[in-house]
Design a protein. Structure first.
Length: 171
């Protein structure tokens, strides 16, 4: 049963057996208002009218597929449009070419390398301007290029060792 405060009209849910037939004094927890609550009699529900039956329109099922759909073309011509176009030579690319046009792992490596080298070039080009504007970055930029030079030295030394190893292997 739902009761409402007579002062602030706040609603509360109360079990049906909590309020006896002679009534009970209740207090609102929001505004501390006290009143005597009598049990609420439920109104008799009016007789429900019978639902009106809704007539559904029947759609005729097509025996043939929709015109110019893949099924229609296959049924009428015996082939799909792509097969017919390839047979007649109307297409420029075969389906195998389209499947192999995805970007590969090495493509991403090359793109990332180009971006990294471009960043290094711009940083080297604008090094003096950056140091003038932001003097505290000078040590970081110098350290970055020092590490880059060390990396390049180690890389070239490793490549020279591989070259010597391969040349010794074939002698």
């Amino acid at each position: 049963m739902i009761i409402a405060c007579t002062k602030c009209e706040k609603r509360f849910v109360v079990p049906d057996n909590a309020i006896p037939a002679e009534g009970r004094t209740v207090q609102c927890s929001a505004c501390s208002n006290k009143w005597k609550q009598l049990p609420i009699k439920e109104k008799e529900s009016p007789v429900k009218a019978q639902p009106v039956s809704v007539k559904k329109k029947r759609t005729k099922k097509r025996k043939m597929p929709a015109p110019y759909s893949k099924d229609y073309m296959k049924q009428k011509w015996g082939v799909t449009v792509q097969d017919y176009a390839q047979k007649e030579g109307l297409t420029k690319k075969s389906p195998k070419d389209v499947e192999g046009s995805g970007l590969g792992f090495f493509y991403y490596i090359i793109i990332i390398s180009i971006i990294f080298l471009s960043f290094i070039g711009v940083l080297k080009l604008a090094e003096s301007t950056i140091v003038i504007q932001f003097p505290f970055l000078e040590s970081y930029i110098d350290y970055f290029f020092e590490v880059l030079n060390n990396f390049a030295d180690h890389l070239f030394e490793t490549l020279d060792n591989f070259k010597i190893f391969i040349l010794d292997f074939f002698r």
